[in-house]
Each structure stands twice: as C-alpha cells, then as structure tokens.
Ligand binder design. Structure first.
Ligand SMILES: [Zn+2]
Length: 265
C-alpha cells in the first residue's frame, strides 16, 4: 500500500496569494480534493490523507507532523504561485538527505506529467528550503500550479475542468513514480458528480453557506468558476463517481433544508 499525504497549501486564516477575485487556499483545496478522488478511483493499493479537508487553519508543523506520524510514503504540497510570472514549477528540499536521489526521481515523474498534460510554461525543477520539504521524513514535493495574479492563468483556475486536469496530472505522475497499477474497470479518468449547494457572485455568501453546512455536519468547499466574464463561487458538498450516490447526498441535504444541483463533468 502506498500512502500519499496531500497538503492543500494555506487555509483558514491564511488565504495564501490573493488576486483576480481568487484565494490560493480555495484553488489548492479544490485541486487536492480532486487529486484524492483521482488516486482512489483510478489506482490500486493507494491510500490518501489530506492535511485539511475544508477551510481549516493548519500550521506547517502540524501538517508535517501528521504526515510523519502516519508514515506516509509521499508528501505532495499543492500551491499556486504569485508575484508577476507565469507557468508551472516544482520544488524539493535543497538540503542534503539520504533519499534525495529517489525524491528527485519522484519529482521528475510528477513534474513531467504536469508539464506534458497542461499547457503551462515550464519554469523548471527547483529546490528550496521550505518547511514542508525539510521537515518531512518521506519524499516530498511542492508544486506551484500557475500564477493567480496572471490574467490568463487566473482565468484557467476558474474552470472546474482545469482543476481536475491539474489533479489528474498529479495523479498520473504519482502513479508513474510509485508504479501504481490502474484499476482495470476504470483506466480512463471518470466523470465526477459534484453536489453544488449554491452558486454565488458574492464570495462572502458562499463562505456563509459553507459555515451553515458545517453546522449541520456537512463538509464543503468553494470552487470558483467563470461564466461570461463573471466570477461565481460554487459550494461543493461532495463529489461522487456514481450518480446515485450524488442523488443520495442531494436528498440528505434537502432534508436539512439545502437546495442543490448536480454538476456532472
Ligand atoms: Zn502557496
């Protein structure tokens, strides 16, 4: 069993980079949730854990401690970039450590999968002294998936299928690096049925809905999307491979007073 610890960058009181009406913490969570679904749905002998499943504040030390305690085989930290550039880059720790060669191999597999799947400029395979790369006892890679302050890349981040493509590319790279075998009945990435509990033009209203759902015991997250130049925020309370499971979730939500629709992509 290969244990993959997925770290959606930032969260809670730390929004990460903010630009073009988007918060980094929302994009990283959406990619991470989609990556988890892709790995579990498409591959055998893989387990996943998320550093956060919703909009929680989790310190860097808590994230690496959780991965170390779980004895993960791989730590993937998902971010989006800012600062006036464009394109994709990945990082491993710049220190000297025993499994650096193996970490390099894994990173190259992930990096190449992403740069070949996505039409983003390749900024290169880099090294840095980031906490999550340094303090993890397993191979660890951090990805910076486009620039939130770049007009065209922010536009991409508002497309749910782009989020899924980024996640899928991560999954393919991880599968390649760890020789994960595909599930025979589902070699191709499958359609997901997402339960959408409201789409808002006002981000504060979307976050209020997430809070209402939380009070009723439903974890949800925000998925930005763009339609005719207008930015909307969808609240997603579950993503399912089987339509009937999405319908079950929809009925449960209805009994709690939440109207929803199913988004099949
Ligand atoms: Zn970040």
């Amino acid at each position: 069993m290969v244990k993959v610890f997925i770290d959606p960058g930032h969260g809670g009181t730390d929004p990460g980079a903010v630009a073009n009406g988007l918060l980094e913490k929302d994009i990283t969570l959406a990619i991470a949730r989609s990556l988890q679904t892709a790995l579990l749905n498409q591959f055998l002998n893989v387990e996943t854990r998320l550093a956060r499943t919703g909009d929680q504040t989790v310190s860097l030390a808590e994230r690496t401690r959780a991965a170390n305690q779980w004895q993960a085989d791989f730590y993937i930290s998902v971010h989006v970039n800012a600062g006036g550039g464009n394109g994709f880059e990945s990082y491993i720790w710049n220190g000297n450590f025993t499994n650096k060669q193996r970490t390099r191999q894994i990173r190259s597999a992930v990096h190449q999968a992403i740069t070949s799947e996505l039409a983003l400029r390749n900024r290169g395979e880099k090294e840095a002294n980031f906490h999550v790369l340094r303090e993890t006892r397993m191979a660890a890679v951090l990805t910076e998936n486009g620039f939130i302050d770049h007009h065209d890349e922010a536009h991409l981040m508002r497309q749910v299928n782009w989020i899924d493509r980024v996640a899928q590319a991560h999954a393919l790279g991880i599968a390649d690096a760890f020789n994960l075998r595909p599930k025979v009945e589902n070699v191709e990435p499958s359609q997901l049925y997402r339960v959408v509990v409201g789409a808002f033009t006002d981000e504060a209203n979307a976050r209020a809905r997430i809070q209402e759902l939380k009070e009723k015991g439903y974890e949800s997250y925000l998925l930005p999307y763009e339609n005719q130049e207008q930015l909307f925020f969808r609240v997603i309370a579950g993503a399912f491979r089987q339509r009937e499971n999405a319908l079950t979730q929809q009925n449960k939500l209805k009994n709690e007073g939440f109207e929803s629709f199913i988004l099949a992509i």
